[in-house]
Design a protein around this ligand. Structure first.
Ligand SMILES: [Zn+2]
Length: 172
């Protein structure tokens, strides 16, 4: 299974690792810092051995990276993985802003149903099923979220279920 270094150090932008498996244009890595679309957050952009990653997708608990068909990489080969850091940092910040907003809305609207979420480089969106428009409440929600940010408390992030690789975050 791919060792997900992005959970040990989400700020790592380069990694030396080895190719674990190759299937046509798809490769799997022994270890990775390259996030694949999950939890509504878009995949990283970047390169493996200097070749552009065209698609990063979860395959079970592993991640497959699609490279140009002529990539020529072999299992066991040493490669460097580089991610587009400005993009990833935007995704991380917007993801956590969305998490804080989500938690605030869960508290303000008990029992509210979340339909989905999408975290992109330029914006993050969460969809809810509500009987009334949420617009009149946005200013108050925004204030609550900003108050948590301004408190600048440590963020704990860890596994709630290591086998299924499910994670949680906590701010006291
Ligand atoms: Zn999330």
């Amino acid at each position: 299974m791919t060792h997900k270094v992005f959970w040990d150090d989400p700020y790592q932008t380069r990694l030396m690792t080895t190719i674990a498996r190759v299937e046509a244009d798809r490769v799997w890595l022994a270890a990775t810092i390259f996030y694949a679309f999950s939890g509504g957050q878009e995949s990283d952009h970047g390169t493996i051995a200097g070749q552009p990653v065209l698609l990063a997708e979860k395959t079970g608990l592993d991640i497959a990276y699609s490279l140009p068909p002529e990539h020529g990489l072999q299992p066991g080969e040493q490669v460097e993985v580089v991610i587009d850091w400005p993009r990833r940092y935007r995704l991380m910040r917007l993801h956590f802003a969305a998490e804080l907003t989500l938690e605030t809305i869960y508290r303000d609207f008990p029992g509210v149903e979340k339909l989905g979420a999408h975290i992109a480089e330029d914006k993050a969106r969460i969809d809810f099923a509500l009987a009334e428009p949420i617009t009149p409440h946005l200013a108050a929600i925004s204030q609550q979220v900003q108050a948590i940010i301004d408190a600048d408390l440590p963020i704990i992030s860890a596994f709630s279920d290591p086998l299924q690789q499910r994670r949680y975050w906590e701010v006291a």
